[in-house]
Design a protein around this ligand. Structure first.
Ligand SMILES: [Zn+2]
Length: 199
């Protein structure tokens, strides 16, 4: 400590040291949790996030030591430097969330606020959106390169097909209970059977 005990500079330095410690310690705690994860898929995905964290750790600690902003996520405890453009930066700081938790809390809120006919689809724990079937288009610019999907929305029973489906990512395990599947993917044969059954 360079500054006299009790001075504002001393207090500021203590706060910075504490933030550095907390940032490193989050990684240590998280690694312990990952080792204990039963589901291999969850473990692999958490570990892949962890390798990014470790790769960035040295530069993050340097920035925290320089006095850059950092807060610790109210949900998962992860250090968040909030290096994003506005309004994302202010939102993360106001809510004291990391980017990942903020993203999924927003998605969950959207999912729960939508009507039965809502466009935010959850299928086997992944989120999707249909940007609209384009029968006369193929390939470039379409979701999944124009691959055709057959979908049944559980909340409405609606059946449809699209070649313009976009994936919005896999819902992390902690947010799954609040975002149950609201649609299922059918094969072409299942889709045709279901369609025929309604005529
Ligand atoms: Zn978080």
């Amino acid at each position: 400590m360079k500054h006299p005990y009790g001075s504002p500079e001393y207090e500021a330095e203590c706060a910075i040291n504490s933030n550095c410690y907390q940032a490193v310690n989050w990684g240590r705690t998280r690694m312990g949790q990952i080792v204990d994860m039963e589901d291999k898929k969850d473990r692999v995905s958490a570990w892949s996030d962890m390798t990014n964290y470790i790769a960035n750790l040295a530069s993050m600690i340097r920035n925290i030591a320089d006095g850059d902003h950092v807060h610790f996520c109210a949900c998962c405890g992860k250090p968040e430097m909030a290096n994003y453009r506005e309004p994302t930066k202010s939102r993360l700081i106001d809510r004291q969330l990391c980017f990942g938790c903020d993203f999924w809390i927003e998605r969950r809120a959207l999912y729960n606020a939508q009507s039965r006919k809502g466009h935010l689809l959850v299928i086997k724990g992944w989120t999707y959106g249909d940007s609209g079937n384009r029968p006369n288009c193929s390939g470039n610019g379409l979701g999944f390169g124009g691959q055709r999907f057959y979908i049944c929305q559980l909340t409405t029973g609606r059946l449809w097909t699209t070649n313009n489906l976009f994936c919005g990512g896999e819902i992390p395990a902690e947010y799954l209970p609040g975002m149950p599947d609201n649609a299922v993917m059918l094969t072409k044969e299942q889709y045709e059977l279901a369609e025929a059954g309604r005529q």
